[in-house]
Design a protein around this ligand. Sequence first.
Ligand code: URA
Length: 257
Amino acid sequence: MRWYAEMGVDEMVGASPSDMTQWAAEEKTALSAPAPAKKNGQAAIQTPPSKSGPPAADEAIQAAERAAAAATNFAELEAAVRDFEGCGLKSGARNTVFADGVAGAPLLVIGEAPGRDEDRIGRPFVGRAGALLDRMLAAIEVSRETNALISNVIYWRPPGNRTPTQTETMVCRPFVDQLIAITQPKAILLVGGAPLQALFGVTGIMRARGRWRELAAGGATIPALPTFHPAYLLRQPAQKRLAWQDLQNLRDRLFAS
Ligand code: URA
């Protein structure tokens, strides 16, 4: 049972029935639906979905864009994420997990999605991987108490820790972009392949790690460094050597005057 729990299998029956054989087809249909017509530069008002449940992908992405754009500071953005009903993951999660640390800190760390411990507590990176992340950051004199903000590209725990779908990632993305635009960090650390793919559309963390990329946000260009996810490092401790190189690289950029 412990092994199952560690692998993320902690529920046998979902809250509502779902035909898993149709998941891939439904997602494809939702993503290829035509964009709604715009009137005077404003998105036309959408007909609400006829059945209850999360809205269609396009509609949800547009709602996220509007909610994120309306937020002008960190507190407003956090409230907007908590109030948002457009992501299907929310109904199965205990908590919205938005961010932890110092808003406006020089470092923004972005991970994938909350796991079981994060969902229970409501803060990102509080489980075993989070403890390793905290130790990694401490090695370069960074902490969520003093000079870092920690968040994810997904704000609700996917059931059984499954990989978030493309739709779920696209729905959360406007909030991630607005978090970067509002907090204007000096550097971003992308932990694992998920934030790399969500923000740059790039797959392959093995090849991408350790190389700076540039992200445009809020009129500024912000350097972002992909590195390994701490959960991966717990499974593959030999890779910590490369992660340490990345951290030193980050420290040099972060503390350069
Ligand atoms: N892994 C993540 O990517 N994010 C968390 O918040 C916890 C574990």
